[in-house]
Design a protein around this ligand. Structure first.
Ligand SMILES: NC(=O)C1=CN([C@@H]2O[C@H](COP(=O)(O)OP(=O)(O)OC[C@H]3O[C@@H](n4cnc5c(N)ncnc54)[C@H](O)[C@@H]3O)[C@@H](O)[C@H]2O)C=CC1
Ligand SMILES: O=C(O)[C@@H]1CCC=N1
Length: 276
């Protein structure tokens, strides 16, 4: 494979756009990126926004590249793979799936078998270079191919290999779905502050800056999150009241329950879709 591989994305939705946007901001050339999807108007928007090449023909798109990223919903993956299987057999690209749930073996079967495949669970903050991705490679993937894929996801955040494919369920429930958890907390904090009379714009600014600041501190500090939390909690002060309210209200149990629900759904999707 060349040092700067050509990369095709099949599917042009939220996740593909986030990865492409992040890649272009981080040194990848628009000329080396192809995207296909059924909606030409949407594709033309992406072409204008990113300067990448677009097509409504998945087979043509797959044919262009050293790396083909399958970025469609799990429910349409089987038909997409069966449609491009002959092209993949001829051109032998590295296949990358970002779909939740679907196992490498299932997708490999739809592509006709014997395909080098990396499964990635990325997340949407890839768009701003702050993505967090878990990666698993099947036994047919070469070291060079592993490096090529890791480079893509490192360019838009951090790429983390897992040794067992099963571990991708845990990644999905943490970082794949995770941005939504924090957006939910943002919504709730904004609402609480506006209920207290703060202007919505100010509430949003303060909430976002606080979340970003806390994340940055946790990333840079040697202290445990529990200690960072205690450092904000003056005895008898305000934070103590709020944190106690969270704890007594069962926040930890609720987080565990929500995480388990996402994890279980990821396992279920793998089973449900394997036969299709
Ligand atoms: N949105 C997220 O935060 C994350 C999504 N994922 C995975 O990424 C994949 C895509 O998800 P999203 O981007 O959120 O979905 P989306 O619905 O935004 O995008 C799906 C894209 O596939 C296209 N498409 C539909 N049928 C097609 C076909 N037959 N051929 C080619 N393209 C077709 C659609 O036009 C659309 O551009 C899913 O498998 C999901 O599990 C993984 C991690 C995070
Ligand atoms: O909700 C989903 O199924 C996808 C996978 C992780 C984030 N979005």
């Amino acid at each position: 494979m060349s040092k700067s591989p050509t990369i095709s994305f099949i599917g042009a939705g939220n996740m593909a756009s986030a990865i492409i946007g992040g890649m272009l901001d981080n040194g990848y050339k628009a000329g080396a990126i192809w995207v296909s999807a059924p909606d030409d108007e949407h594709l033309q928007g992406l072409r204008k926004r990113f300067g990448i090449s677009v097509t409504t023909d998945n087979r043509y798109c797959a044919q262009q590249s050293d790396v083909v990223v399958l970025a469609v919903k799990p429910q349409v993956m089987a038909s997409v793979c069966e449609d491009i299987a002959a092209v993949v057999r001829n051109t032998r690209p590295l296949m990358v799936s970002i779909a939740a749930g679907l196992t490498a073996d299932t997708i490999d079967g739809w592509l006709g078998g014997g395909v080098p495949m990396v499964r990635v669970m990325p997340n949407t903050p890839s768009l701003v270079g702050k993505g967090a991705a878990g990666l698993f490679a099947n036994s047919r993937v070469s070291e060079q191919q592993k490096n090529d894929v890791a480079a893509i996801f490192d360019s838009v955040g951090s790429a983390n290999w897992v040794q067992q494919e099963e571990q991708l369920h845990a990644v999905t429930a943490l970082s794949g779905s995770g941005p939504a958890y924090f957006f939910l907390i943002l919504e709730a904090l904004e609402e609480a502050a506006t209920n207290a009379g703060m202007a919505a714009e100010t509430a949003r600014e303060l909430a976002i800056q606080t979340m970003a600041g806390a994340a940055e501190m946790a990333a840079r500090s040697d202290l445990e999150p529990a200690q960072l939390k205690r450092n904000v909690m003056s005895p008898g002060g305000t934070t103590e009241q709020a944190v106690n309210t969270f704890e007594q209200g069962g926040l930890r149990e609720l987080v565990q329950k929500a995480y388990s629900a996402a994890y279980t759904r990821s396992q279920e999707m793998a089973k449900e879709l394997a036969g299709k």
